[in-house]
Design a binder for this molecule. Sequence first.
Ligand code: CMP
Length: 816
Amino acid sequence: MEHVWLTVLGISGLLLLAVLVWPLASRLSFPYTVLLAVVGCGLGFLKHALPESVSMGAASDLLEALHTLDITSEAVLFVFLPALVFESALAIDVRRLLEDIAPILMLAVVGLLISTAVVGFSLHAVSGVGILVCLLLGAIVSATDPVAVVAIFKDLGAPKRLAILVEGESLFNDATAIVVFTILSAMVLGQSDAGLVSGVGAFLKVFFGGIAVGYLLARIATWLLDQLGDATLPRITLTLSLAYLSFLLAEHYLHVSGVMAVVTAALVLGSRGRSLFTRDAWHELEGVWEQVGFVANSVIFVLVGVAVPAILADFSSREWLWLGVLLVAAFAARFALIFGLVPLLSRLGWAQSVQVGYRAVMFWGGLRGAVSLALALAVMENDAFAPEIRTFVGTLVTAFVLFTLAVNATTVKWVMRAFGLDQLSAADQVLRQRAVQQARERVGRELETAARAAKLPTELAAEVAGPYQQEIGSGGNGDLNSETWMNLGLKALLHREQQIYQGFFDHRLIHSDISRRLLDQVNDIQDGTKGGGVEGYRRAWEQSLELGWQIRLAARAQQRLGVTSMLANRLGQRFTLLQATCMALEELAHGRVAAEVADPSVAPQLEAALKERLDASNQALECLRAAYPDYAAQLERTLLEQMALRVEAGEYRDMLAGSVINKDVYSELLQEVETREEEIRRPTLDLGLEAHRLVARMPFFADLDEATQQEVVKLLKPRLALPGEQVITQGEKGDCMYFISSGAACVLLDPEPVILGRGDFFGEMALLESVPRKVSVISEGFCDLLILATGDFNTLLDAHPALRTTIERVARERSG
Ligand code: CMP
């Protein structure tokens, strides 16, 4: 640690350089990272060119510092790569990634292997260098780096799907390339057998092992995040630690893919962990990661540039030829993959089709960057490789990366322009037009009032507002048909709905697991709408209201094993979900959001679609409320208590902002609010499924004396029937009868079904007459039943002739 100050000087100087390059890059509209590498290159040459004796004080110290900043492959792999990979994966929309996972994985895994082989064999044929070394080089140059392209996408407003395809591919193929690299270098060094089968086996182990490590650590991290509560700083720090620990645990300790571990960890955090953060906290987290990614990228590209002159010093005409072959082989392989493999996938129905413009950009935008360079450096630094291998890999890879940065990165925007991918889609254009129109109308309405309030001349305000007014007339609604408008409206509504749930979570009205479920629910509905418009929307929300498999499973467990807690939990959760859904939909309906987000031509239709969903959700909630009114009241009470506390805390915040109270008073008041908040207990749902409680509610057994009642309680088994559940199926053999303790059941008689309510019984006929069930019976809503098995039925009726008489009389009436 002799030269710590020199390292600090180097890094801070480098960051300053990055900061200065940034505005230059945007003024020249040149990719930032490429410009950084160019500047780095310049510094490298300067260092070479300047004789040792020339001293320029701090400036030459700085140059010296930059030069001594040793960019080792380990530094890139262990310091920069986890940060870069984590940041890109965190920003990816996992659902959209999954939609295109087939082409992405195909390109990242199969594509990388094919490209490795094409490059390897071509170079081997021309250079005569060993095939394993050439394959190694092939793997290194096949790892694409999205950084520069994605930045261009952002600038030009490229379609989201294109960005996901490019970014997804590069995330996964970095991992594949590193795995293939590790396997091949072991083979080159004679540390493992050069066999295809052992190679494939090792590949699968390392690839999926990495996924498992990432998943596991991310789940532990999400659990910890939940435990940490609102403490944003430690929570963000935890994500930093997650990125590095998953990489190290996988790569260093378990010898599986570190990049796959980091990718998986970030994807899990991005999808599951997101609901653990309030919106502000998540933005903060994203900001921190963006910053880390920016710094890592800046440092890496300058340092790469600085190292370039030394590496390229070995370049001779022979290398130029090899570079030519490498370029042709690598681009030909990529072309074949993107224009051959990707369309094949969609033809086979394994993936959605990818339009030709996207493919052109994916082809030309497949830049190489940090990962390729790090792997090349790893070869160059490893003394176990023969010196000529080290130079061969080092020079060719560096030259290749520079080529893609200098040529592809700077020209990919032309490819995008050529295919019109830098323009808004027709729908977005109309939306843009509408937004402009709305904003202008508002200017027209409000400018005069604002001017008057600020005591500015109103004539002047009228003059400024004039041009806005004129343009209003010229903005039309475009030529979108009503179906597209409707889809846009639904999309906007669903987006608002998500925001409302986020708001509920931010205000602690719902817990993180409920908010995650609600957001997932909206995502599912969004998916349905994307594929099927209004119909798809309806189908998707209908499905979201159905009783899920977990509830059914829990009901089974209650029925078979008598375990009620699982069912109570699930139903309690359904209660909360429905309550939040109804509140959000109500807010959307009453806020007349449909009219705001949609074109007037479809607003009424959109409102009707929303209303239909609201009614159905209310009905589902009502159904639960009817069965468990006490619980419903308790839930509503806690909700109101939470709301009250939020209002109170908001008021204190306003007072702090308005300097009515100081920070100390505010903290104390807030603390007090939080203490009270902790005291609010979430109610637990009591299903009341105990035989004695249910029997007590039955008028049928009311006349029996105490002892007989207790005897009856022992014989009856409680069971909750779910809404619509078929309790009795016509034609089946009967082995029990049922008493309804609460709720109702519907006997499906032809032509008119008969509804039986509390205190009624059914299923007695099959037992009395020893015949199959005469008719099916289904449960209306939630229905508490008491089951009496055949054996007990006979015992009970023999012991109590009065009961027998009643049951037989009812059965006679029913058959007559
Ligand atoms: P079981 O035949 O065992 O199964 C179907 C049950 O539906 C039957 O017993 C009766 O309990 C009930 N059921 C049949 N007919 C009527 C009816 N007319 N009114 C009410 N319930 C009936």
